[in-house]
Design a binder for this molecule. Sequence first.
Ligand SMILES: [Cu+2]
Length: 135
Amino acid sequence: MKKIMALSIAVAVLIIGGAVFFSGRNDSDSTVFGNGGNVNNVSIVDGKQIIDISAKGGYRPRKTIAKANMPTIIRMNTQGTFDCSAALSIPSLNFRKVLSPTGMTEIEIPPRQAGSELKGICAMGMYSFTVDFSE
Ligand SMILES: [Cu+2]
């Protein structure tokens, strides 16, 4: 009986400890992203890097840090976007498109070198976002 008690206490400590450990990690991550102006908008799915950027009255986040040397998709998300941030241009890719007011547009970009920067701007040049590629 004592053995079972000790065991269940050990399990409880492990579970609580694990929860504290992981929530602590999440906290520190969000702090890092918050300071760097980089929200958690980069994910890797099936070996492809996906960068989510929302367009409405400007682009969010303004700055993204992404991995270099990896096939990448920039996913532009619009929701009731009737301002000029829907008219997107990425000069270095020769990309120019008017995004639908609500929806998702995927822009495939080939792997980029470390240290390179990709810039998206609205048609009038008043809103912009940048993606920095690093090792
Ligand atoms: Cu504009």
